[in-house]
Design a protein around this ligand. Structure first.
Ligand code: FE2
Ligand code: FE2
Length: 390
């Protein structure tokens, strides 16, 4: 059952440079700077970003049975992609050992290693870290999904077991990047911490409508996006001579890959049991565009912080509009969308739409790049206000 509430158009790009695209779909949100004072009990807290147009519970109730019937399948096919805690890496494995006598020396070495890394790289690494640190939002988002949510917080359902253990694995990503950045001495941790607090307070709006079809398409896309971006920050760290940081980003990227495998397997299964419903879901998500998890990012200063962070990521080649098209193309191939048969008329139209979309996105991207005029400097509070070229 779909429910619509008030709609206030505003622009939030779904991926780098997407605000330049003609097929952009507006998302409703308001943007305001909170004015609450410490100790001011009269003014209620309000997040700096609010989303007002939201569709909820769009999956027909009878389809919940599909997810109930897949519980054993999920146990045997999805939970196997989780790692045992005893065999898992921990942030401590990659950081100076604070209990050892050599701690100060190790920190000195870490700071020496990252001296050659340019500020622009740190913008992207900080943005990635902040994205990881908003993990409570992502666990919440998955637990909004009908039929697979963790009903109690400790539910024995395989769907819920996956979500909790996935969260526990992901939790190490933000911890590790946060501690590395803190020790590096290169960034304004207080501003970064403020951004995290703002972001978790604002939440996210992936427009998945409590619908697990849309939700798992979204997570499939996102895990691959983070696999690509952490892989690229690993590559750049290596180029800048910080092999330890390269190892950190590469290790996180490997987790994202494993998570991508699990989520794409769920969607593959949905294509098997309900090809029409799943291809319609994929087309729906692509029409709305996959928004980045940290799209409501704010630091108390820059109203376009997410766009600025994305522009730097795009320029450094860490995550680009081309990657967005590549991910879609990969998923369309992975789920063999072109080969689907027996679809309804609507399903066939959705199939044609998603299969033809990657080249269309690439063409639009090339045109947008050609129109782009030069680079301009923007100050980042995360770097003590130092300016970075966009
Ligand atoms: Fe992650
Ligand atoms: Fe992830």
């Amino acid at each position: 059952m779909a429910l619509r509430v008030s709609f206030i158009p505003n622009k939030i790009p779904a991926f780098p440079g997407s605000d330049l695209r003609s097929h952009r779909v507006s998302m409703a949100s308001t943007l305001h700077s909170p004015s609450i004072e410490v100790g001011d009990v009269r003014k209620p807290f309000s997040p700096p970003r609010e989303v007002h147009a939201q569709v909820i519970h769009s999956m027909p109730r009878e389809k919940i049975e599909i997810f109930d019937s897949l519980r054993d399948w999920a146990k045997n096919n999805i939970l196997v992609h989780l790692k045992q805690v005893e065999k898992s890496w921990q942030p401590t494995d990659f950081l100076p050992d604070s209990a050892s006598d050599g701690f100060h020396e190790q920190v000195k070495e870490l700071r020496e290693r990252c001296k050659e890394i340019p500020d622009e790289y740190f913008v992207v690494l900080v943005g990635d870290m902040i994205t990881e640190e908003a993990l409570p939002t992502y666990q919440t988002m998955i637990n909004t999904l009908d039929g697979v949510r963790d009903e109690t917080g400790a539910s024995p359902s395989p769907w819920a077991i996956w979500t909790r253990a996935w969260t526990a694995e992901e939790n190490r990503h933000g911890d590790l990047l946060n501690r590395y950045l803190y020790l590096s001495g290169r960034v304004d941790m207080r501003q970064i911490e403020k951004t995290i607090q703002y972001l978790i307070g604002s939440g996210m709006d992936p427009r998945t409508e409590n619908n697990p079809y849309l939700g798992f398409i979204y997570t499939s896309f996102q895990e691959r996006a983070t696999f690509i971006s952490h892989g690229n920050t690993a590559r750049l760290a290596k180029e800048h001579g910080d092999l330890k940081l390269a190892q950190i980003c590469g290790t996180i990227a490997a987790d994202e890959k494993r998570h991508e495998t699990a989520y794409t397997k769920i969607v593959e299964k949905l294509f098997e049991v309900d090809p029409d419903g799943t291809v319609l879901g994929l087309a729906d998500m692509m029409k709305k565009k996959i928004s980045m998890p940290a799209h409501l990012m704010y630091d108390g200063k820059d109203d376009d912080l997410f766009q600025h962070f994305s522009a730097v990521a795009q320029r450094l080649g860490v995550y680009t509009a081309k990657d967005y098209a590549d991910i879609l193309e990969f998923l369309v191939g992975r789920w063999e969308v072109e080969k689907l048969t027996g679809l309804s008329g609507e399903g066939r139209r959705a199939q044609d739409y998603v299969c033809g979309l990657p080249p269309r996105i690439r063409r639009l991207e090339e045109r947008a790049q050609a129109r782009k005029q030069g680079v301009s400097p923007v100050p980042f509070s995360w770097l003590f206000g130092r300016e970075i070229m966009l």
